[in-house]
Write a protein that binds this ligand. Structure first.
Ligand code: ZN
Length: 385
């Protein structure tokens, strides 16, 4: 349960000290978000307040290639799961204000990647936040350090939940933490994942959790859900078939940016969803997807996904860009043109291809030994599949 809250300041201090040691020699600085850095919002958000009293509402915001999901509980409590990128923080704030949110009881940062964490400081700047829940696996990025520093300076409760914990938000809901960071996890697999039950209605959200975390969830929890917020923006490195079979959702919602360079959502994921019988798929690219339930039935408002060119089997965004290096076909010499790839890693990429076959996404290159998140960030604009 949440008795770990007692140690919240200790946890935060440990993180801050550890991070300051890690980045101390790198000249990294921390600067807080100034108003001038906040991007003006192109308002693609819902015009009309959707809130009605009673019931459960889940708003999946349109934040491009990122995540932000707002839960409003039957008793009017609020939980924001992720806050989009730094550049979309103000958009998240505007949306929350527009639908009448005045404070946030719990802010869940599923994991420390920019596309989930980036808008957190803007959110905390604009709303009183009761508590921040963090996966416990830190990042050395400036964005993550800014976020921790803000929490520390403003004395916001900071909690690292463990799998099996219940989140005490509303007596009418059971909210179970079905995944959180474990020692040795990469950032994606550390994603805080939540299974929500409201009488007969069930919902699952998994951040960017991949196969390792999906196995843990399947092995330890009942994750059957009416609605699934699809993991990792529809990347094929998540939503494995064994996982989808257990979740068995009737509705899937995918948050991604139109025309994104990753090719999300991957066609494999859409096919796996179809295989388990999920034929109602929604996307956030043109506006929020809102799920409302009275605990018996539920309804979904928003744009349904249709297989447009960006999701067809043959279409691979960026393959027409001759400047990108195809990591599935590039030879030993060509691979070494990629930032962060020398002769050793070039050979490892070729070895990986020989063992595992073609990369299914450019992110899969992180599975090659020696390519961590930082290296991947530098090379992701140079490569394709
Ligand atoms: Zn993500």
């Amino acid at each position: 349960m949440m008795n770990r809250i007692i140690n919240k300041k200790c946890i935060l201090m440990v993180f801050l000290v550890a991070l300051s040691l890690l980045v101390g020699g790198c000249g990294a600085t921390t600067d807080s978000l100034s108003p001038s850095e906040k991007t003006s919002t192109e308002d693609k958000l819902a015009k009309d307040p959707i809130i009605e009293t009673g019931g459960l509402e889940i708003h999946h915001l349109n934040v491009d290639q990122a995540d932000s999901t707002l839960i409003i509980t039957p008793n009017g409590k609020s939980m924001l799961i992720d806050a989009g990128e730094r550049s979309s923080g103000e958009k998240v704030v505007q949306y929350l204000k527009q639908i009448g949110i005045s404070s946030i009881d719990k802010l869940v940062i599923t994991h420390a990647h920019e596309d989930h964490l980036g808008g957190a400081v803007a959110v905390m700047n604009n709303f009183a936040v009761g508590e921040v829940l963090d996966s416990g696996i830190p990042h050395t990025s400036e964005t993550y350090i800014d976020y921790l520093s803000y929490i520390d300076e403003h004395d916001i409760d900071f909690v690292v939940p463990r799998a099996g914990d219940m989140i005490n938000l509303d007596s009418e809901l059971d909210i179970v933490v079905v995944n959180s960071g474990q020692e040795g996890d990469d950032l994606n697999n550390a994603s805080i994942s939540l299974h929500i039950t409201y009488n007969d209605f069930t919902y699952l959200t998994t951040g960017d959790a991949e196969e390792a975390a999906e196995k843990r969830m399947v092995n330890h929890f009942n994750i059957k859900s009416d609605v699934l917020k699809v993991g990792h923006h529809g990347s094929a490195t998540s939503s494995e078939s064994f996982f989808l079979e257990e979740v068995n959702p009737s509705v899937a919602i995918i948050s991604y940016g139109e025309g994104n360079s990753y090719g999300h959502p991957h066609v494999e994921v859409l096919e796996r969803l179809t295989t388990v019988g999920t034929n109602r798929v929604y996307h956030t690219i043109r506006g929020p997807i809102v799920v409302k339930s009275d605990g018996l039935q539920f309804e979904v408002t928003g744009e349904a996904y249709t297989a447009e060119p960006s999701a067809s089997i043959d279409e691979k965004p960026n393959t027409t860009n001759e400047n990108l290096i195809n990591i599935n076909t590039a030879d030993y010499e060509t691979l070494q043109i990629i930032t962060g790839v020398g002769d050793v890693i070039a050979q490892r990429i070729i070895d990986y291809r020989n063992v595992h076959g073609a990369f299914k996404s450019i992110e899969e290159i992180k599975k090659v030994s020696g390519i961590g998140d930082a290296t991947y960030q530098k090379m992701s604009d140079e490569i394709t599949i």
